[in-house]
Design a protein around this ligand. Structure first.
Ligand code: GLA
Length: 375
């Protein structure tokens, strides 16, 4: 049976809870109204045709040649197809796929997971496969780890698949238990500011952090009788009592992660109670930790966060996502947004000779699938 579908796969924001997902911690993300769109159709034969309107490139392949390509973007596609066929043992038909994205690449709003999650969802739909959302999360994660080389957690793909309009997801990454929390900020609005900085070593540095955390967990477990299965289970007292047994860098990483996880729980409670000032403070604390203890920020991000501190109309700001560039997330009074964007853009350009891109977002539903034609 021939099927033609349109799939929309959103990016995500994360209010707080950075670099805790791969440590079994808790995050507060939401899907957004900037997305990757796919038109996918199953076709006869065994050749697949892919076209990205966004980067203006095309390629074709068949199912017997799914090895990694030297063209990085092709690996998102090849990895997804390979995973479905060779790891999930699914039969899929040849297909054509046209991709169009309004998600800036490298901005920390998860263009990468949106691409893989959207394609996986498309292929599942046109082939009528029975695969649950949590399995799709694992498929996307596996492609990122093995084809893209980013040893990330599950926050992005989980959010992209489970997002709901006007709701953030308070997700416990270890158990995958989650609750929706209404994203209501009253007089304030979330604005992202894209530094337009993308450091090429970001993947490597990200993977280093994952390893450092695994090492911290190993050291803690050696002292505590292998009690913990993830870093976020470790009590603050424990990490403090082990401070002198660890290299300062490893202590700093672990201390950041444990505190960030506590901040996220706190922020989810405060969001339910509309205690927005307190959420803002937690965001500033999160940024300070990401900068000084976790060392994943950069001058451009720090500069933008610092700029906000002079204005009472901005109650919170921090870097968002993996770091080393990308966006800050800000809670700005609605009446001050235009003025601040103007000031920040000017001052950022004067300092770095880079244009700043403000991004207004709405919190939206996760992946959406629409049938275009069936026969
Ligand atoms: C990237 C990863 C996520 C998460 C964030 C940092 O977006 O893909 O899994 O680790 O960085 O919170």
């Amino acid at each position: 049976m021939n099927k033609k579908i349109k799939v929309e796969s959103p990016g995500r924001i994360n209010l707080i809870g950075e670099h805790v997902d791969y440590n079994g911690g808790s995050v507060l993300p939401g899907a957004i109204d900037k997305k990757v769109e796919f038109i996918v159709e199953n076709i006869p034969g065994n050749k697949c045709f892919i076209e990205s309107k966004t980067i203006n490139k095309k390629f074709e392949f068949d199912f017997s040649s799914l090895e990694k390509s030297s063209e990085h973007w092709q690996n998102y596609i090849l990895g997804t197809v390979n995973n479905l066929i060779n790891k999930k043992n699914q039969r899929i038909s040849a297909f054509s796929c046209e991709i169009n994205s309004s998600l800036p690449i490298g901005a920390g709003i998860s263009s990468s997971s949106a691409l893989i999650s959207g394609l996986a969802s498309s292929l599942i739909e046109i082939n009528n496969l029975e695969i649950k959302k949590n399995e799709i999360v694992d498929i996307v994660s596996d492609v990122e780890h093995n084809y893209i080389g980013l040893k990330g957690g599950i926050m992005d793909q989980f959010t992209i698949l489970n997002g709901q309009k006007n709701k953030l997801i308070h997700l416990e990454c270890h158990s995958r238990n989650f609750k929706y929390v209404t994203a209501e900020f009253k007089d304030y609005q979330i604005i992202l500011l894209n530094t337009n900085v993308e450091h090429n070593l970001a993947n490597t540095a990200y993977n280093d952090r994952v390893e450092e955390c695994n090492y911290a967990l190993k050291l803690i477990n050696e002292k505590c009788g292998n009690k913990f299965s993830s870093l976020c289970e470790v009590d603050l007292n424990i990490i403090e009592s082990l401070k002198n047994d660890m290299d300062v860098k490893i202590y700093n990483r672990a201390s950041f992660v444990i505190n960030e996880n506590l901040r996220t729980h706190d922020a989810a409670i405060k969001l339910n109670e509309f205690k927005l000032m307190e959420i803002g403070n937690l965001m500033y604390q999160s940024h300070a930790g990401l900068k000084d203890l976790y060392e994943v920020s950069c001058n451009e991000l720090d500069y933008l966060v610092d700029l906000t501190k002079a204005h009472d109309q901005i109650i919170g700001s921090r870097m968002m996502g993996g770091g080393f560039g990308g966006c800050t997330i800000n809670l700005i009074h609605k009446r001050f947004i235009d003025e601040f964007i103007e000031e920040a853009s000017k001052s950022y350009y004067e300092k770095f000779s880079i244009n700043l891109t403000p991004i207004e977002i709405n919190v939206c539903d996760g992946v959406k699938i629409k049938n275009l034609q069936t026969d």
